[in-house]
Write a protein that binds this ligand. Structure first.
Ligand SMILES: C[S@@+](CC[C@H](N)C(=O)[O-])C[C@H]1O[C@@H](n2cnc3c(N)ncnc32)[C@H](O)[C@@H]1O
Length: 275
């Protein structure tokens, strides 16, 4: 990922349309990353503290308070789905250890159908392991197991329409979340040939793949550290993405000065898919 300083420096420069590929754009990096978490799960067997320690689960951009700010945004009265949080459908792209969904369920009261997908088998294994632990804790007369399922799925190559988790009405999800996944995809060196025979970086096809997962009138909320707020909006609303999303809201973070430039290390934008 880009450092906060690099992002701040980039604020006043022309928007880079492509990032230099890095290992964070490879599946093997993430497989190893989550395998390491699986191998060093120190809370293994410690049921008593598992519930209270869910806030300690590693969550990207916690250092700038992004997970808490996103949760506050999604549960505020101003967010249209907050009044339907017991029934709306949520999809988390590149879910990692599933922390966004566990938090949305445990702290946010989102108790509809929650689905997490990731192309790393080890990520899904880790998320399922944590899910099993929370399920044991929630299996009381007052609670039911978290209605969350996790699935191996590659955003670039796999077809959601034939996935077991695709909503029955076929219309897509009410809310789709991305925290750090477009960032990772933007660091991949891979390319695919589009229907016009043009070679494209994965970040160029990701916005269209994302839009296809959101139902009309639904929302897509993305948090990024590699792209500024303006760049995120550019990626998801211009060119081939014209008319697919409109900006619904933004989350503000503390700005900082670096080398005479002002910037915020992380950006969060909420898009709405027009009816
Ligand atoms: C920076 S991590 C963020 C994890 C999680 N969203 C969080 O906030 O903790 C990026 C995640 O994207 C996943 N990922 C990258 N490319 C993907 C793809 N093409 N399809 C599905 N998941 C992908 C990685 O395996 C990794 O879990």
């Amino acid at each position: 990922m880009a450092t906060a300083e690099a992002v701040a420096t980039a604020v006043d420069e022309p928007a880079p349309r492509q990032l230099e590929p890095s290992e964070l754009g490879t599946r093997s990096y993430w497989d190893e990353y989550y395998q390491n978490d699986l191998d060093h799960d120190e809370s293994e067997g410690d049921e008593a503290t598992a519930l209270s320690s869910h806030t300690d689960l590693e969550s990207w951009f916690d250092d700038v308070g992004a997970p808490a700010k996103v949760l506050q945004y999604l549960t505020s009265e101003a967010f249209p789905l907050a009044s339907r949080k017991t029934s709306c459908t949520v999809l988390d792209l590149g879910t990692g250890n599933g922390s966004s969904l566990f938090s949305l369920f445990i702290d946010g009261g989102y108790t509809g159908c929650l689905v997490g997908i990731d192309y790393s088998q080890q990520s899904i294994e880790l998320a399922n392991k944590l899910h099993a632990r929370y399920s044991r804790l929630f299996a009381t007369p007052q609670h039911r197991p978290p209605p969350i399922s996790f699935h191996v799925f590659d955003m670039v190559t796999d077809d959601p329409l034939i996935a077991t988790w695709w909503p029955e009405d076929g219309e897509g999800f009410d809310l789709v979340l991305d925290k750090g996944t477009f960032d990772a995809v933007s660091l991949s060196s891979e390319t695919v040939v589009d229907s016009q025979g043009v070679d494209k970086r994965l970040c160029e096809i990701y916005p269209g793949k994302t839009a296809a997962l959101v139902r009309k009138g639904g929302f897509f909320l993305i948090t990024s550290c590699n792209w500024t707020e303006e760049e995120v909006i550019d990626w998801f609303t211009t060119g081939e993405m014209q008319d697919q999303f409109e900006v619904f809201g933004k989350i503000k973070y503390k700005t900082f000065q670096f080398g005479g430039h002002k910037g915020q290390g992380v950006s969060t934008v909420c898009f709405r898919k027009p009816d």
